[in-house]
Design a protein around this ligand. Structure first.
Ligand SMILES: *Cc1c(COP(=O)(O)O)cnc(C)c1O
Length: 220
């Protein structure tokens, strides 16, 4: 099947409240343009340099999502255009995003990444670190970022029960977060979980944003 066919098939299977991020990392612009021509406007990349090159070359109505781990010293390269940063996992990174957003006269939307997998190697905050950020004075003073939800990556395994347990754990943190009073920089509504192999399960567990790469563009 073509990229357009893959995309339309996945899109038609998603509930209305679930947003599709087409994960296009490592893929050439010609592949992204096939998805664009099939009306996809949200693309996810995991390297800032690659995302910036694609942003420069492609139509300007695309929303670019940074889904990879972000190094503080590279935030400035995406601050002028990035539409959502999924993997924010420290106050220090949030401060840098706020600073660069201010320089560009923008408010940058962010998701806080929560560590839900068994693997130590995966990034993300635990519940305590999440709370520490939210109650900190530094966070309260940030005017150029907005936390619009949470993101997580399950353990790399075929064990569906394990994945489900991790997604449900993240959903419980999300449910707790949305009971907090909304402020100008905290307005959680997005739960970014689910990739090619587990997005149906993620949707059952409350996902509102799925990040799908290989099922659209083929293997990497
Ligand atoms: C690569 C990647 C995806 C997409 O993975 P597929 O299995 O190709 O759908 C989703 N999320 C993150 C954070 C990724 O790095």
């Amino acid at each position: 099947m073509s990229i357009a066919q893959n995309l339309l098939k996945i899109k038609s299977s998603l509930p209305d409240n679930v947003t599709l991020v087409a994960v296009s990392k490592t893929k050439p612009i010609s592949d992204l343009m096939q998805a664009y021509d099939a009306s996809q406007r949200i693309f996810g990349e995991n390297k800032i340099q690659e995302m910036a090159e694609k942003w420069e070359a492609m139509p300007k109505d695309i929303q670019w999502h940074m889904i990879g781990h972000v190094q503080t010293n590279k935030v400035k390269f995406m601050a002028p255009f990035v539409s959502l940063i999924h993997g924010v996992d420290s106050l220090k990174l949030l401060e840098e995003i706020n600073k660069q957003a201010q320089k560009n006269n923008r408010i940058i939307n962010c998701l806080l990444q929560i560590h839900i997998a068994e693997e130590e190697t995966k990034f993300g905050l635990d519940e305590e670190e999440l709370n520490e950020i939210l109650v900190s004075e530094a966070f309260k003073e940030m005017k150029n970022i907005q936390i619009v939800g949470l993101m997580g990556m399950a353990t790399f395994t075929d064990n569906k029960e394990q994945i489900k347990k991790e997604f449900k754990y993240l959903k419980s943190i999300f449910d707790y977060l949305i009971t907090k009073p909304k402020t100008q920089n905290l307005e959680p509504k997005t739960l970014s979980i689910g990739m090619s192999g587990d997005y149906q399960l993620a949707i059952e567990c409350g996902s509102t944003m799925v990040r799908i790469g290989s099922s659209i563009f083929g293997g990497r």
